[in-house]
Design a binder for this molecule. Structure first.
Ligand code: NAG
Ligand code: NAG
Ligand code: NAG
Ligand code: NAG
Ligand code: NAG
Length: 443
């Protein structure tokens, strides 16, 4: 979505409003998700959603955060290689590309590898081939180099990808600082052997979830027991993310400046993370644009006082099993950058200082619930949500439970989350003409 109003943004907002209404009218539908953890550690989750086509997803905790200095970049090649292995397959999505949506990337790739399939006669075989026994022929791996270069060139066109990747580099010492893209020094240097070793050590049963929509739970269990138990055992948990705080600046000629300022927030699945999610919606989560259009969006309100030029501002949130980032993402003209960034940060400070009403909180919670429900409306979104939960906790939380937990977030919880941002050690990334962009220690 571009920084300025477009029909897509508009449709999205319209859709959000419809979804909010639907939630009010119908409440959360109970869903019958069955979850089993096999002795191999593999988690099986199935859901009857009465959709005509059955779908299957395999989720593996083997994203770029698990790369080591010796094989950094290997997951970028794996994303491309998994496409090769299933040439002609009925896979409907293999490891979705890295898209920037508003201020947010599909950050799930940092953690998870996902293979999603439409069910057909051969799907099980493809699925098993792709997750357990990929061949990675040396010449095929070599042939991936031009695609790696092309991918990197395309990513370089997106200021959002640049800023969010740099933000992780600035924020973390290890693991989560790894890029979704193969670094320059490894392009052409990743061999078939690296891919084999990474799969061997990281694609273990205990780090996989097999999720089916419209698939019988017992059938799915059998598949898991028979075919996906090749590498059982707990496997290594991987290094815990270490936050450091810092800054990366990507100077360029663009008069449109992108900047993100964050602090460490909370690990996913905690009550505190939920408070950050409510705070995100309180401040304004969606890419928002038209000044005056979003009366309830605190960031837009605050920034509108700082500049007369068009701008975009939203609250940024990323959450991982052991850490999270929360802050503001701004897009504005170079001349106004300092005022816009400071005004956005000041809005979070206002929340920390108690400037939130009960009505604001109620609205933010309703928006968060609507956002959550909307993400489950496509079968792909549903697969991903069930898969992410199954991987993270080996269980499933019903929408009612999640809704109750959201309701339980208090004004105090939200103010504390905002305080954590205000007082925390900051990380910052910016791109474009940076002449007026303050350094992180000046904010
Ligand atoms: C997989 O390959 C097809 C062409 O064979 C291409 O269109 C698609 O973008 C590729 N997907 C990924 C994730 O690279
Ligand atoms: C799975 O792998 C085996 C062995 O490499 C191969 O013979 C078979 O054709 C593959 N199946 C599919 C559906 O690709
Ligand atoms: C993933 O694979 C690499 C390469 O073999 C290995 O060095 C690393 O320890 C593995 N990571 C985990 C968390 O097991
Ligand atoms: C924000 O945090 C929540 C967890 O509370 C998570 O479900 C959501 O995906 C996060 N958003 C992003 C962009 O990571
Ligand atoms: C609600 O939140 C409080 C802390 O704010 C916590 O102690 C309590 O367990 C929560 N209740 C539920 C049902 O999650």
């Amino acid at each position: 979505c571009p920084p300025f109003p477009c029909s897509l943004c508009f449709q999205r907002r319209l859709y959000a409003a419809q979804a909010a209404r639907k939630v009010e009218v119908t409440g959360f539908q109970p869903q019958d998700v069955q979850v089993t953890r096999l002795p191999s550690g593999l988690v099986i989750a199935s859901l009857e959603n009465y959709s005509p086509a059955s779908k299957i997803g395999v989720f593996v905790k083997a994203g770029c955060r698990y790369e080591t200095p010796e094989n950094v970049g290997v997951t970028h090649l794996l994303r491309l290689a998994s496409n090769l292995t299933t040439k002609g397959a009925s896979a409907f999505k293999i490891c979705r590309g890295v898209e920037a949506v508003g201020g947010n990337l599909r950050l799930s790739f940092k953690i998870t590898f996902a293979f999603l399939f439409e069910c057909s006669d051969t799907v099980m075989e493809f699925l098993i081939n792709v997750t357990t026994a990929p061949e990675f022929r040396p010449w095929e791996v070599l042939d991936l180099t031009p695609r790696v270069i092309l991918d990197k060139a395309q990513a370089a066109q997106s200021p959002q990808i640049g800023v969010i990747e740099s933000l992780h580099q600035a924020a973390y010492k290890n693991a989560l600082c790894n890029s979704l893209y193969c670094p320059d020094h490894m392009v052409g240097n990743i061999q078939s052997e690296h891919l084999h070793q990474f799969v061997q050590n990281n694609f273990t049963s205990a780090r996989m979830a097999l999720v089916g929509l419209g698939v019988d739970h017992d059938v799915l269990k059998q598949v898991g027991e028979q075919f996906l138990n090749i590498r059982s055992g707990a496997g290594s948990a991987g290094a815990k993310a270490q936050y450091r705080g810092g800054e990366v600046r990507l100077p360029g000629t663009s008069s449109l400046v992108h900047a993100a300022v964050v602090s460490q927030s909370a690990a996913a699945g905690t009550g505190e993370a939920l408070a950050f999610s409510v705070l995100q919606h309180l401040l304004g989560a969606a890419p928002n644009v038209k000044r005056g259009a979003a009366v309830s969006n605190k960031l837009v309100q605050g920034v509108a006082k700082a500049t007369t030029d068009p701008f975009d501002v939203s609250a940024f949130n990323a959450s991982y099993s052991d850490s999270g980032l929360f802050g503001v993402y701004t897009i504005c003209q170079a001349a106004a950058a300092a005022e816009v960034i400071r005004a956005a940060v000041a809005q979070v400070k206002a929340v920390a200082d108690g400037g939130v009403t009960a009505a604001d909180l109620t609205r933010a919670k309703a928006q968060l619930k609507a956002h959550f429900m909307m993400s489950l409306e496509t079968s792909e979104g549903l697969l991903e949500a069930v898969g992410a939960q199954a991987l993270a906790s080996g269980s499933h939380q019903s929408t009612e439970e999640i809704s109750k937990n959201i309701d339980n977030v208090s004004l105090n919880d939200v103010a504390n989350a905002a305080k954590k941002f205000v007082t925390g050690k900051k990380s910052m990334a910016s791109s474009g003409n940076l002449i007026n962009v303050p350094f992180v220690d000046e904010i």
